[in-house]
Ligand binder design. Sequence first.
Ligand SMILES: [Zn+2]
Length: 147
Amino acid sequence: MTGEILVPDRSGVNEHYWLALDARHLVFQECLSCDKPRLPPRTECPHCLSDAWEWRRASGAAKLISWVVYQTAFHPAFADRLPYTVAVVELIEGPRLISNIVEVDDPETLMIDQDLELVIQHERGTAITRFRPFVRGSSNTHNGVVN
Ligand SMILES: [Zn+2]
């Protein structure tokens, strides 16, 4: 263990995803054959194997599907952020991704189907998608568009 965080693969089909994230937009692919959205990026649809797709920009609105609160860091790079929450999040557009829930004082307050909003944070030069509880009418600056 060196304390280094794995650097994401920014080549090929992944390139646009990361460039968009650098520009503070989360994008996903939508199959032009069966219309199913997907993440992470891949060249063929996992449902119908079509290689025809387009990028779509996510609104930033999502909901919490499931989560685990880590009290022990399984990588030295994460030791200073304990406890941290690793969650499965579903974008309102459909794709699911594994992410972190941030800005939660008490993880006991998290609920299934809770409304979340995207937060794009930068760590060591890499843009990272995280989510925080969506508070209706809050004055938070949204990185995604949440209505
Ligand atoms: Zn498809």
